[in-house]
Design a protein around this ligand. Sequence first.
Ligand SMILES: [Zn+2]
Ligand SMILES: [Zn+2]
Length: 547
Amino acid sequence: MDKWQVARSLDEIAKYVDLTEPNRFKAMAFEKAARAIASLDRDPADLIESGDLQKTPGIGKTTASVIEELVRTGSSRYLEQLRQKYPSGIFELLRVPKLGLKKIGLLHEKLGIGSLDELEEACRSGKVRALRGFGEKTEQQILKGIAFARKRESQFLLPVGIEIGEAIREQLAQYDEIENAEVSGSVRRRLEVVRNVNIAVAARDVRAAQKIFTKIVADLEGLDETTFKGTARNNVEVIFHVAKPAEFGSTLFRTTGSAEFVEAFGDIKAAKSEEQVFERAEKVWVAPERRENADDLRRKKARSLVRLEDLRGTFHVHSTFSDGRNTILEMLTAARERGFEYVGMSDHSQSAFYAGGLTPDGVRSQQAEIAKQEPAVAPMRVFRGTEADILADGSIDYDEATLNRFDFVIASIHSRFGMTPEEMTERILKALDNPHVTFIGHLTGRLLLAREGYTMDFDRVFEKAGARGVMIEINGNPRRLDIDWRLAGRALDRGVRFSINPDAHSTREYNALISGTWVARKAGLSPKEIFNTKPAEEVAEFLRRRA
Ligand SMILES: [Zn+2]
Ligand SMILES: [Zn+2]
């Protein structure tokens, strides 16, 4: 087996382990090993021979023995066992929203269902509703979910594309024959969900470049003289676009897209750099994130888009007091280490009992803990907040006395997603009337590739948020990236301001500020429109006036 086959087998094991074990650690170990093997520049057989396999970062004792068996025998007994236990189509079922492992197990056990087609057939013939705990409503939901899953076939989240694209770019950089390489396409445009990874490559010798690609991806095939397609881990399609160094800029530009933007741009002259492409066409620079439509091409001056370095602080941070994985002190310390001037702690409110929401008493002890720990992170400022549920009737999940204890309130919807757009609009408008509300959290509740967000009369909501001075959060969790960048311009026109929030449930998840910033840039937002680019004093003053 070559490294690609080994990596694929390891990825397959990881998926089966995910089906059988609720704890992700074991699956993650196999994923990590797959990643390590795929990025090797030598054959795994060599590695085993020289005894370096277990010394390779990302490979542990268990995974090493599986890799050895795969290389020596061409198969793995462990993988074979797992394959025999389930039909091969079972993983498709995971793509149906809300269909968890437990339900999949039941459908498999009772009805022998092992693929999307079989599930669809069983729903249509009414077999699913007869199962305990399913019912007719669930059956209808599953049918809708199947359509949803089919539409999203072979799509994946942006961070997956960035990780694969960057890893390939780094690998290419090690070869002298490759003069330059950049990720292009929808990944470079920071589209939240992508279908493939495109890479623009500068090389004098196309054949030499092609040979290098075969070392980096599997199943390489030529689409034309200079374009090659292959497969990276997890079946992600990678497309290489080879250009002469003197045409690298124009190739990067063309393959970044979007098709609509490139067409509106008009004649593209060959150029070494992308800047030259814009110069030669006498057009103002447009950042890759903004190249979805022709709007920015008509501007006289380039937009100044917010950068990660512009963020001076952050809000929407959970701790172990609700459903976070790190303590208040750990979250505060991590925020200080990232150089923030301020951080706003916000655990869940009482109705979010499944997320460990705090009762008014719980709020008191959480705030006592903040008071105890904040001297350790001085002079960083710590603001006391909450992520309070917007209840079905639009009221906020705490009494007046408790709300008075907070410096800020993030109002979010975590329940009753099924309301009509009219009801949802009224619910949020009512929440906006509450004078304690500072931010609206993850406005549409969408989970990319898993759950469509609820819809509402956005313009009325933006109108009111603008008038009331309530900010709308840009939730940086890569599964949410909510609100959608397509809506942000409409909000901006109505006077809405934003905050880029990580919705961090662990110290690591402050990284969501990176993805949040992508979306803010894609939405065309500049630092002055983002609340957490402001200095601590100004932020404190704003919150004092509102609270
Ligand atoms: Zn939330
Ligand atoms: Zn949250």
